[in-house]
Write a protein that binds this ligand. Structure first.
Ligand SMILES: Nc1ncnc2c1ncn2[C@@H]1O[C@H](COP(=O)(O)OP(=O)(O)O)[C@@H](O)[C@H]1O
Ligand SMILES: [Mg+2]
Length: 398
C-alpha cells in the first residue's frame, strides 16, 4: 500500500471498506439508484472506483466518470458517450452518436451554448442527426435497456457541472432541465441501467437550495463515514508496513487521538509527514514533530480546499458568515453553544437584523455539520477534526 495523499486510490493502494461496499452492492442489486453523500476527503471517489471494479469482476458493466470539467450539456453528453465507448460498450451506436456530437460541437464553435440546439428532451430518436441532444443520448440507454447486461454509471462531481451551467445564459432553467431529464432517464430505463452520484459538494444540498429537490427524490441516500477507530488502526498498520515504518500500537492510537477524526486522507498525511522526516521507528517526539511539520506555513496549503470550498459553495454573505463561525470555533476546542456563536456573529455585524442572522446561522451550522467541518454534542458545536481546527487557527487567527 503506497502512501498517496490527494488523488483517488485504486488496486493495492485502496484500503478495503467491505461493509460500505457490501451495502452499495446490495442497494444496487435491489434496483435502487444511489446518492453517496459524505464530506470531502472521506474517500468517496476511491470507494466508487472499487465498486465499479467489483461490478466488472462480477461480469457486469460499470463506468466511472468525473464530470467536473464539463461546462455545458453537450460536454456532459460527450463525456457519457466517450466513457461508455472507452469501456467498449455498443461501439457502433456510440461511434455514430460521437459523430453527431462532434458536428454539433463544430456548429457551436465560438458561439455560446445555450438557447438553441442543446435540448434535453426525452423521446424517440429515429433520426439522431436531426434530433435533440437529449433524444440522441437517450438512444444509448434504450439500447442498454433492451439487452441483458446491466450497466452501472457512476457520476462524480455533478454539482460542479451544475454550478458551471448556472453561471451561463438561462442557467437556472438549464440546471432544472438537465436534472429533470436525468430523472426521467432513470425512471424510463430502470431495468438495466443503475446510477450512483457522488461529489464533494452534496447534490442534495445543491438541489434543495434551488427548490429542485423533487428531481432527485428517487435516489436512495447512502452516507459514508470516516474510518472507525478499529479501521483506522488497521489502515495505519498497513500503511506503515507498506512504507517501511515501525509504528507501534500506542503510536497508532496516538495518531487517531490527535486527529480527532480519522479521515483516510489525514491518516495518509501523517504517514507522509513521518516518511518525509526520515523517521524509521515512530515514537512520541517523532509524532509531535510530524504534526508540527504538517502545520508549517509551507504545508498549510494542503488544507486550503476546505476554506476555498466555502467561497465556491456559498454566496458572499453566507461565505463570510461561515468564515466567521469557523474563525470563532477554532478558538474554542471545547465547543460553543448556538447563542455564543450568534453573539460572535452579531459582534461583527452590529447593524444586521438579529432574526436574519439567526436564520443564517441555523442554515450554515446544518451545512457545516453535514460537510464534516463541525460536530454537535449536547448543543455545543466544535471542529470535528483537531487537525483542521489547528489549521484554521493558524490561517485565520494568528
Ligand atoms: N480506501 C482508501 N484507502 C487508502 N487511502 C484512501 C482511501 N480513501 C481515501 N483515501 C485517502 O484520501 C484521499 C482522498 O480520497 P478520495 O477518494 O479522492 O476522497 P473523496 O472523493 O471523498 O474526496 C486519497 O488521496 C487518499 O490519501
Ligand atoms: Mg472525490
Amino acid at each position: 500500500m503506497r502512501n498517496i495523499t490527494g488523488t483517488p486510490v485504486e488496486n493495492d493502494d485502496f484500503f478495503d471498506r467491505p461493509r460500505d461496499l457490501d451495502r452499495l452492492q446490495r442497494d444496487l442489486a435491489n434496483g435502487e439508484n444511489l446518492l453517496l453523500t459524505a464530506p470531502r476527503r472521506v474517500g468517496k471517489t476511491s470507494l466508487v472506483l472499487r465498486l465499479c471494479e467489483l461490478e466488472r469482476q462480477a461480469g457486469r458493466a460499470a463506468v466511472y466518470m468525473n464530470v467536473e470539467g464539463c461546462h455545458d450539456e453537450l460536454a456532459f453528453a460527450e463525456k457519457i458517450v466517450d466513457t461508455l465507448n472507452g469501456n467498449g460498450l455498443h461501439p457502433e451506436l456510440l461511434g455514430r452518436i460521437s459523430l453527431v456530437f462532434r458536428r454539433v460541437r463544430e456548429a457551436f464553435r465560438g458561439m455560446k451554448m445555450g438557447a438553441a440546439g442543446v435540448d434535453m428532451e426525452m423521446g424517440a430518436a429515429e433520426d439522431p442527426d436531426h434530433s435533440t441532444l437529449g433524444r440522441t443520448l437517450e438512444s444509448i440507454f434504450r439500447k442498454i435497456e433492451s439487452e441483458e447486461n446491466p450497466v452501472l454509471l457512476a457520476i462524480d462531481e455533478m454539482p460542479e457541472l451544475l454550478l458551471a451551467l448556472g453561471k451561463q445564459d438561462r442557467g437556472a432553467e438549464r440546471i432544472s432541465h438537465l436534472l429533470h431529464w436525468l430523472r426521467s432517464l432513470r425512471q424510463t430505463y430502470r431495468k438495466h441501467v443503475r446510477w450512483i452520484f457522488l461529489g464533494s459538494i452534496g447534490l442534495d444540498s445543491f438541489v434543495d437550495d434551488r427548490q429542485l429537490g423533487k428531481t432527485i427524490n428517487d435516489l436512495t441516500s447512502v452516507s459514508l463515514e470516516a474510518l472507525s477507530t478499529g479501521e483506522a488502526d488497521a489502515f495505519l498498520t498497513r500503511l506503515a508496513e507498506g512504507n517501511g515504518l515501525a509504528l507501534g500500537v500506542d503510536e497508532r492510537a496516538g495518531i487517531v487521538r490527535r486527529l480527532g477524526w480519522p479521515l483516510p486522507h489525514h491518516l495518509q498525511m501523517v504517514i507522509h509527514s513521518l516518511i518525509d522526516r526520515g523517521v524509521q521507528t515512530v515514537d512520541g517526539p517523532a509524532l509531535d514533530a510530524a504534526f508540527e511539520d504538517m502545520l508549517k506555513p509551507t504545508n498549510l496549503s494542503q488544507f486550503d480546499t476546505w476554506r476555498q470550498r466555502l467561497v465556491e459553495q456559498f454566496g458572499k454573505s453566507d461565505a463570510d458568515a461561515a468564515r466567521d463561525i469557523l474563525r470563532h470555533l477554532c478558538q474554542h476546542p471545547e465547543g460553543r453553544g448556538r447563542d455564543q456563536i450568534l453573539n460572535a456573529l452579531m459582534s461583527t455585524r452590529p447593524s444586521a437584523d438579529p432574526d436574519a442572522v439567526e436564520d443564517q446561522l441555523s442554515r450554515l451550522l446544518q451545512v457545516l455539520l453535514r460537510d464534516g467541518y463541525l460536530l454537535e454534542r449536547h448543543g455545543s458545536y466544535a471542529f470535528r477534526s483537531f487537525l483542521l481546527r489547528e489549521y484554521w487557527h493558524r490561517r485565520e487567527v494568528r
